[in-house]
Write a protein of this length. Structure first.
Ligand SMILES: Nc1nc2c(ncn2[C@@H]2O[C@H](COP(=O)(O)OP(=O)(O)OP(=O)(O)O)[C@@H](O)[C@H]2O)c(=O)[nH]1
Ligand SMILES: [Mg+2]
Length: 431
């Protein structure tokens, strides 16, 4: 780590010097006004290890920052560009502060240099104060914007509140309310908003059970992929007769995963295979050539799991596989959005929404599906195999969502509405 003190007549020039002499990776450790202008202490090759053990006493050397000698730094002037170090640094030659009782000389020699400088506390205070004030101001402005809306357009405000109770994301609420903007009657406005939603939703028309083929269920952990595979296999057998469906699992990661699918297979008198490479997958598909439906179960993976790429690679060479993303309807809006983003790296033929029976709102799932234009294939509404599976229909989805909003809906507090929509209304007004 190299620490350097640079002086200049103003802070911009001092910053330029830092960049010229230490490069753009330099970390500013301190800045202060001096009699002749500004002084900046900066470091490069920042060593995190030196940050352990914050020093008790500053040490004065020509290359270090001897804060004890200097007067307290003045606050930076308005408009100045001040880069603040994000952590503490140590001078290369700083000896350790004396411990109690004093350490033996040999031991002291082994001790790493201690940190002698910390982030300027004045700047940290100012930053957090500005941050707090900004938040407060935004909150006030959001409150004003929402108040204006509630006074000037009470029906729009009420519609937004109802749409939020449905569980839709705030941006979709605003778009749906816009679609109903011309409608003076609240009930008709509500219908118009839901009709607009319905036009943006699509379904796959029971394609797995009616078309057959090869369908893989992918998605996060524990969303109900294996259970849905069992439901689909059992339904297919009921509809098309025995001996026409086969199961494959790519879940070689989890102990017991194959056992789970094999047990389902045995109960339904359906063959099951475990594959762990593209070649094994091709072989398994070839071995099941006499089947009209092959269902592929996959290992549940978090949306940030690095094994996701491996899973996608497994399907890359077999384009006839149709992938369906399984999402739990009771997950949060942000989690659902992240899952869709992660799993749609492979082309998706549709979405299967599970745990509909466990959710209190359908809006979050519908928002994500609507915004990503993903067709919904089936709904899982319970643990029973094969009973708790429903073919998705747009009118059913909307009716279910309405029923949840009516059953669990509580009037969202005005502050929460202001915070949710106020900022967006302000941002909208700024354009
Ligand atoms: N309430 C409810 N529970 C469900 C539904 N679908 C699945 N489950 C339950 O959710 C749990 C997990 O189901 P699995 O089918 O093992 O989930 P998975 O996605 O295969 O899990 P991993 O393979 O571990 O990623 C089990 O207890 C299922 O019974 C559903 O629609 N509603
Ligand atoms: Mg599973």
């Amino acid at each position: 780590m190299k620490i350097k003190r640079l002086c200049a007549s103003n802070i911009r020039e001092a910053m330029r010097k830092v960049r010229d002499e230490l490069g753009s990776e330099a970390v500013i450790l301190s800045n202060q006004r001096t009699a002749s202008g500004f002084e900046i202490v900066a470091a490069v090759d920042y060593d995190e290890k030196l940050l352990q053990g914050v020093q008790q006493q500053p040490v004065a050397t020509p290359e270090t920052v001897a804060r004890s000698r200097d007067p307290a730094p003045e606050p930076p002037l308005a408009g100045q560009e001040v880069e603040v170090a994000t952590a503490e640094a140590a001078p290369p030659s700083a000896p350790p502060s004396a411990p109690e009782p004093p350490a033996p000389v040999e031991a002291a020699r082994d001790v790493k240099p201690r940190v002698v400088w910390s982030q300027d506390p004045l700047l940290v205070d100012m930053q957090s104060e500005i941050h707090g004030l900004r938040g407060l101001l935004e909150q006030q402005l959001a409150g004003l914007a929402w108040g204006d809306l509630a006074r000037g357009q009470p029906r729009r405000a009420e519609l937004l509140s109802q749409l939020l109770d449905f569980g839709f994301g705030p941006d979709l609420c605003l778009r749906l309310a816009d679609a109903a903007a011309g409608e003076a009657d609240l009930e008709r406005g509500w219908r118009l908003a839901l009709e607009t939603l319905g036009r943006g939703l699509t379904v796959t028309q029971d394609d797995i059970l009616s078309r057959g083929g090869i369908a893989a269920l992918i998605g996060p952990t524990g969303v109900g992929k294996t259970t849905t595979i069992a439901k689909l296999a059992a339904r297919y057998k009921l509809r098309h007769g025995p001996g026409r469906v086969a199961l494959i699992t790519t879940d070689s990661y989890r102990i017991g995963a194959f056992e789970q699918i094999r047990t389902f297979g045995m109960i339904m008198d359906t063959p099951a295979r475990l594959v762990s490479s593209p070649e094994e997958l091709r072989n398994a598909i070839a071995a099941f050539a006499d089947k009209s439906l092959i269902l592929i179960d996959t290992a549940g993976m978090g949306q940030r799991d690095i094994r996701l790429a491996q899973q996608f690679a497994l399907f890359d060479e077999t384009p006839q596989i149709r992938s369906y993303l399984v999402l739990a309807a009771n997950a949060q809006h942000a989690v659902l959005g992240e899952s869709v983003a992660a799993f749609s790296r492979t082309p998706l033929s549709g979405v299967i929404l599970t745990k509909v029976d466990e959710t209190t709102r359908l809006g979050a799932a519908l928002s994500v599906i609507h915004d990503r234009s993903l067709p919904v294939a089936y709904l899982g509404n319970g643990q029973r195999v094969p009973e708790d599976l429903q073919v998705a229909r747009v009118d059913v989805l909307i009716r279910m969502g309405e029923a949840f909003a009516g059953r669990y809906g509580d009037v969202t507090a005005s502050e929460a509405l202001a915070l949710t929509f106020g900022r967006r209304l302000n941002a909208h007004a700024a354009y």
